[in-house]
Design a protein around this ligand. Structure first.
Ligand code: ZN
Length: 329
């Protein structure tokens, strides 16, 4: 694993003021990292391993360095909420009201976060969190995260009207403890106060989960009933099968709205299948990016590898824009 300096963008006067302290911290981390000789394993190997095998690969240095958990403990904070109210079926409500996912945006502050490689080259699944904070908005949660990133940070937040990517998917995040952080993409669900908002927010979280799996060449499978092996996993099941954390989210919060991980997983499958419907073969020298296209599915459809497409088009990230014309030869 290696540490790379983030490109700090000067976004505001407050960031400008904090710049000097950031570089001091980055320097310290860089020194710390030079002692870390831990080797990674391949993405393909990692996908075939169970939680015990994966955690056994982690060195003392890995465990020390990534021992961070996002600040939420759902069991304690939510006991005062009404859990007896009967709600209608969340997934049915999403279908009946034809609720569409919000656009995915990226917070440019992600460039200033620590950049540590995954143990498995790429992430092997997605951890489902919820913030356990009924009193703060998604924006407040995200601001808090950037102000306290040395304690914890996650890759993305889903709310009822937005999906915000807060850390690069190319590097690990600090949200689910030392044993799972080196392997997973991690998404927080911001809390809602109405059923309609909850349905929209969980639809956004499921959509981003499907999108990230698809983008990384992973198929959906639920880890929660499979002893922790699978590509969609609750923080609760990380605690049970990986360890290094004892949080139980998002189970209690989901259940307050009559929801559970099985229903969430079927929503992920719906989005994953929709993303893959546009699966016509791509031929010719160029391809114009359509809604739902990812580098991975264009690669599958054209037979040109993701790396080749990136090289031909001088792409430094996996992000595509609708209407963008990609060279394939
Ligand atoms: Zn969590």
């Amino acid at each position: 694993m290696k540490y790379k300096f983030g490109t700090a963008l000067i976004l505001s006067s407050s960031l400008l003021l904090s710049q000097s302290s950031f570089y001091v911290n980055a320097e310290e981390k860089s020194n710390e990292q030079t002692e870390n000789t831990s080797k990674s394993i391949s993405f393909e190997q990692a996908q075939k391993m169970n939680p015990k095998e994966l955690t056994n690969l982690l060195t003392d240095e890995d465990l020390k360095l990534h021992n961070k958990v996002a600040e939420h403990q759902s069991t304690e904070l939510e006991t005062n909420r009404n859990t007896n109210e009967a709600y209608q079926n969340v997934n049915g409500y999403i279908d009946q009201n034809n609720i569409k996912p919000s656009a995915i945006t990226q917070d440019t502050r992600m460039n200033s976060l620590p950049k540590y490689d995954y143990k498995s080259d790429k992430f092997i699944g997605v951890v489902i969190h919820e913030t356990a904070n009924p009193n703060s908005t998604i924006d407040e949660e995200i601001n808090y995260m950037y102000n306290n990133y040395e304690s914890a940070f996650v890759h993305a937040y889903a709310g009822s009207s937005k999906i915000v990517q807060t850390a690069s998917s190319d590097y690990l995040a600090w949200g689910a403890g030392a044993k799972a952080n080196p392997y997973f993409y991690q998404i927080e669900l911001a809390q809602s106060s109405t059923f309609d908002q909850f349905a929209k927010s969980v639809n956004n979280q499921a959509y981003l989960t499907a999108k990230m799996l698809d983008q990384n060449g992973l198929k959906p499978s639920l880890a929660d009933h499979n002893e922790g092996t699978g590509t969609v996993i609750s923080h609760n099941v990380i605690s049970q099968y990986y360890g290094g954390t004892d949080h139980t989210d998002p189970i209690n919060y989901f259940s307050q709205w009559g929801y559970d991980m099985d229903q969430f997983y079927s929503l992920v499958q719906k989005h994953y299948n929709q993303l893959n419907e546009a699966s016509d073969t791509v031929t010719g020298d160029t391809h114009t990016v359509a809604s739902g296209d990812t580098l991975y599915n264009i690669s599958q459809r054209s037979g040109v590898s993701v790396d080749n497409i990136k090289e031909l088009n001088d792409l430094s990230s996996n992000d595509l824009t609708v209407g963008q014309v990609l060279k394939l030869k």
